[in-house]
Design a protein around this ligand. Structure first.
Ligand SMILES: NC(=O)c1ccc[n+]([C@@H]2O[C@H](COP(=O)([O-])OP(=O)(O)OC[C@H]3O[C@@H](n4cnc5c(N)ncnc54)[C@H](O)[C@@H]3O)[C@@H](O)[C@H]2O)c1
Length: 245
């Protein structure tokens, strides 16, 4: 059945791949992101089935407008909370204002959007929410604020699954590992090298790898409250022993 999907961060690396994947599966996709130009470019590059929309997930009026626009397309059947920022520092230099901003975009925005979208889903008796968290939730050196926000998103995913399950709504999370996108392009070369070297499958993730996990959870009607860690094995935790036999 064709759905209307609202995808935040839709002009970014992973979000754009999610929009392309859902559109290819026949969904109508509201591709929502901050910059109207980037939104228009991403939507036209994907083509049919994608509607561009400018959204700031940290702004209440903007969130309401996005859900209202999705209402004109039939109402949000699938919400993919993919917008996110990684602006972090070690705790001694982490300004409270940076911490608040990360929480606002990575945690408060997704929860507020879920609150808005869940009403219509409950009326229709069906819906799905997929939150894009991060493997960083398990702990990442120098990423306390980001890990905190993503860990919060996972706690919310599990609690909302309990609350919304009886209304026919599933709530799940994808926790990608290191994915090659504009977000990771900006990392220092040595951090990138070490991050990729620690991935058991031997390569960084692609946006399409993450999108495949999102698409699975978006359609897995009997799976709820789960976290799908799509990280090439990085989260397993054992020392990587490449080359030893
Ligand atoms: N790239 C990775 O290695 C990785 C790993 C784990 C999780 N993630 C998560 O995946 C998601 C997508 O990240 P990405 O790697 O594609 O990065 P990206 O920077 O390419 O995309 C993020 C998008 O979010 C948008 N955005 C930021 N603030 C926004 C706001 N206030 N309102 C609306 N949109 C906003 C940006 O404009 C951007 O297009 C993020 O939630 C990120 O935390 C990424």
């Amino acid at each position: 059945m064709s759905r209307t999907a609202l995808v935040t961060g839709g002009a970014g690396g992973i979000g754009r791949a999610v929009c392309a994947r859902l559109a290819a599966e026949g969904d109508t996709v509201l591709l929502a992101d901050l910059d109207p130009g980037a939104v228009a470019d991403a939507a036209s590059a994907i083509g049919a089935g994608v509607v561009p929309w400018a959204l700031d997930v940290a702004d209440a009026g903007s969130r309401r407008a996005a859900v209202a626009r999705a209402g004109e397309l039939g109402g949000v059947d699938l919400l993919v909370n993919c917008a996110g920022v990684l602006r972090d520092a070690r705790i001694r230099t982490l300004e409270p204002s940076t911490f608040r901003r990360l929480i606002e975009i990575n945690l408060v925005g997704p929860l507020a959007l879920t609150r808005l979208a869940a009403g219509g889903m409950a009326e229709r008796g069906r819906g799905a929410v997929v939150n894009v968290a991060s493997r960083a939730w398990l702990g990442t050196f120098g990423s306390t604020a980001y890990s905190t926000a993503k860990g919060g998103l996972i706690g919310a995913t599990r609690s909302l699954a309990l609350e919304l399950g009886p209304r026919g709504i599933t709530v799940n999370a994808v926790a990608p590992g290191f994915v090659e996108t504009p977000m990771t392009d900006g990392l220092p070369a040595e951090i990138r090298r070490r991050s990729i070297a620690a991935i058991p499958v031997g390569r960084a993730g692609t946006p399409e790898d993450a999108a495949a996990a999102v698409a699975y959870l978006a359609g897995a009607g009997y799976v709820t409250g789960q976290v799908l860690v799509a990280c090439g094995g990085r989260s397993i935790g054992a020392p990587y022993a490449a080359g030893r036999s």
